[in-house]
Every structure is written in C-alpha cells, then in structure tokens.
Design a protein around this ligand. Structure first.
Ligand SMILES: N[C@@H](CCC(=O)N[C@@H](CS)C(=O)NCC(=O)O)C(=O)O
Length: 209
C-alpha cells in the first residue's frame, strides 16, 4: 500500500546519490511525496533564489507544511521515520539505533567519502564547487578499494551492512556506490561479500527509485 503524504514537497533530481537515498527510502516505506524537479543541467540549484532555500546549493530538499526546508538527505529520512516508523529502517532499540548510527557514520565518513571525492575531482560539473586535483582521483580509487577490502572482511557472515536486517545504511551505501559504479569505481572479485550484498540490494524494487 502506498501512502501519499500531503503538505510536503520534495525538491529532487533523478541524478545524484543523495537524491537517490531519499527516493529509495520513500520506496522502502511505501511513501509518496509531491516532487518538484530542480534541473542540474540548467544549474537551477546554484541560482541566488535556490541558495535562499539551501545555501549549500544541493539537492534533495524537503519542504515541510510550515515552510521549513530540510536540506540533508539523512535528516529527511530521519524526519520521515518519526512519523512512519514501519518498517523500521533506523532500528527500534537503543542498541540497534546506535549501531545503525555508527555504521552510517562509518560509511559516510570513511568509505563513501572516497567515492564522492573520486567523482567530484574528475567531473567538470563540480569544477565550480571545489578545487579539483586530477591526481587525487586515482588516490581516491586506491583508498576506496582499501576501504572495500576492510568492509568486505567485516561483512563476513552477515547480510546487511549494519547487521542482519536491511536499514538506512544499506540505502546510504547502495546509493553512493551506484554513482561510483557508473564512473568505474566498484567492488572487485576481492570483495565477494560486498558483491553478494550488492546483488541482494539490487533485487529490491527500491533500487530502481
Ligand atoms: N549532504 C548532502 C549532500 C547533498 C548533495 O551533495 N547533493 C548533490 C546531489 S546527490 C547535489 O545537489 N550536487 C549538486 C552540486 O554539487 O552542484 C545530503 O546528503 O543531502
């Protein structure tokens, strides 16, 4: 069953991993939100008008009924979880919640960050956003692969990144790696646990969101 949420608007674009994170989350929850497309190709997200909504000039953005803008994908998912706790994607007990938080930070700060830099330091689209260092791209690939080695070994014996259940951390990881994969940074045959995990997530209907 799909629940249509009234009064909320998601400013979105089909490209990008943080936007995908929110769409995957909504699909897993069976939630629908009115969407407005903000066109990256026309740089609509870098206009002065858009920067009043999000000074970070990025998507996704969730506009709430009272006009508040939530401008971080993880915060958007967390907000929605408060009202739609089932199926739980942020854990239910204090211990589960802490473990999920721990894994989400590990993935974002220690694994996905290399994938992000790998992308941002090579794509002309980001030249305006940061100082691109072309030599850094290969260093990021090297470091990301080392992180995959570690994560693969850690994943031995469990099905999902944060434990035995699918959580928001799987969404975080899948969404970011989708972008990496598209640009040639992905798991190798040295990462059988991660490749199996990828197949598991890819089969979920939300992976297409
Ligand atoms: N930490 C933010 C990052 C948002 C972000 O970087 N969004 C990308 C799309 S996935 C974006 O809008 N990039 C446009 C740009 O950098 O110009 C979040 O998780 O929402």
């Amino acid at each position: 069953m799909t629940i249509r949420l009234q009064g909320l608007t998601l400013l979105d674009n089909q490209a990008g991993s943080n936007t995908k994170r929110v769409r995957m989350y909504l699909a897993e929850k069976g939630l629908e939100i009115r969407r407005e497309n903000v066109e990256f190709s026309k740089l609509e997200h870098r206009t002065p008008e858009f920067r009043k909504i999000n000074p970070m000039a990025a998507l996704p953005v969730l506009r709430l009924e009272d006009g508040t803008y939530l401008t971080e994908s993880y915060a958007i998912c967390r907000y929605l979880e408060e009202f739609h706790p089932n199926p739980p994607l942020f854990g239910t007990t204090p211990k589960e919640r802490a473990i999920i938080e721990m894994w989400n930070r590990r993935i974002e700060l220690d694994v996905a960050s290399y994938v992000t830099s790998y992308v941002k330091h090579q794509q002309p689209f980001f030249a305006e956003v940061l100082t691109q260092v072309p030599e850094y791209v290969e260093a990021c690939r090297h470091d990301a692969l080392k992180k995959f080695d570690w994560l693969d070994a850690d994943m031995e014996g469990r099905s999902y990144i944060a434990g035995d259940d699918f959580t928001v951390v799987d969404i975080t990881t899948y969404a970011r790696l989708s972008t990496g994969k598209h640009l040639g940074l992905f798991f190798t045959d040295k990462h059988p646990n991660l490749l199996r995990w990828w197949d598991r997530i890819e089969k979920r209907p939300s992976a297409l969101a």
